[in-house]
Ligand binder design. Structure first.
Ligand code: HEM
Length: 226
């Protein structure tokens, strides 16, 4: 067995992989929320349509998107492998940290992750799949005909149960991010008397602000459609 496959199959190797893919996904979510907040601009969807059209046609973004999917799949598979390994070995858990809520999150990373997986399947089917393979009505922006992606999202968030589903899932995502953020840095060995409290504070802030901004989108769009 090569050094690389040995590392990948060891508990620590798998945890490092989980951490690195997790950090990439954290970065993705930051860009994703910033882009999607354009849905709230009261311009009939113009800014969002230009953004979504650019993202969907830019070759660099297409590569990043494929990487993104690959990392999500790796993150999920490795988490299942790690959980099985930990159950067999007992006691070698996710790096737990202090605080009652983060301990709860750390013990339930698998359960929280499963809810997020269900969320992702529904989310990708509703938006990503329709954007890529569905029939999207068009609109004219500055003389050019482009798909009206805004209409697809606006239609989805006109249903209250869809909005509730997003808000509930985003609370779960907040819990998963809160523990995942700290755990990733701990696994990568960035454990330091001076810096760890700072990383924890940034992680806690991030896991509140980003899901909150995401949740604002369906809630505000629903209220706007009343
Ligand atoms: C209200 C919040 C959200 C909105 C309005 C939203 C909107 C969208 C839209 C419109 C797309 C399709 C983009 C395209 O293919 O060009 C998309 C893709 C995606 N979304 Fe979201 N999203 C939200 C929250 C989330 C969250 C919380 C996650 C992860 C936990 C997520 C993960 C993804 C992924 C992985 C893709 C595929 C991106 C790619 O092509 O690489 N989204 N989202």
């Amino acid at each position: 067995m090569s050094w690389f496959s040995k590392t990948l199959n060891s508990t620590i190797g798998r945890k490092i992989f989980m951490s690195l893919t997790g950090i990439f996904l954290i970065l993705f979510l930051t860009v994703h929320v910033a882009g999607n907040l354009q849905l709230l601009i009261p311009d009939g969807g113009k800014a969002f349509n230009i953004y979504a059209h650019t993202m969907g046609t830019n070759p660099f973004i297409q590569v990043v998107s494929k990487l993104n999917f690959a990392f999500i799949i790796v993150h999920i598979i490795w988490s299942i492998l790690l959980t099985r390994q930990n159950m067999a070995a007992r006691g070698v858990g996710y790096a737990a940290s202090s605080g009652a809520s983060s301990k709860w999150n750390s013990r339930n990373m698998g359960a929280l992750g499963t809810v997020i997986l269900i969320f992702l399947i529904v989310h990708l089917r509703k938006f990503w799949y329709v954007f890529k393979f569905g029939e999207v009505p068009t609109t004219t922006i500055d003389g050019a005909e482009v798909p009206n992606y805004f209409l697809v999202v606006n239609e989805a968030y006109s249903y209250w149960y869809y909005v509730v589903f997003y808000v509930v899932c985003l609370i779960v995502i907040a819990g998963h991010l809160n523990h995942g953020f700290q755990s990733a840095f701990q696994t990568l060995g960035l454990n330091h008397k001076k810096y760890t409290p700072f990383i924890k504070a940034v992680g806690a802030l991030y896991s509140i602000i980003v899901p909150l901004l995401f949740a604002l989108i369906p809630v505000m769009m629903f209220l706007r459609n009343l």
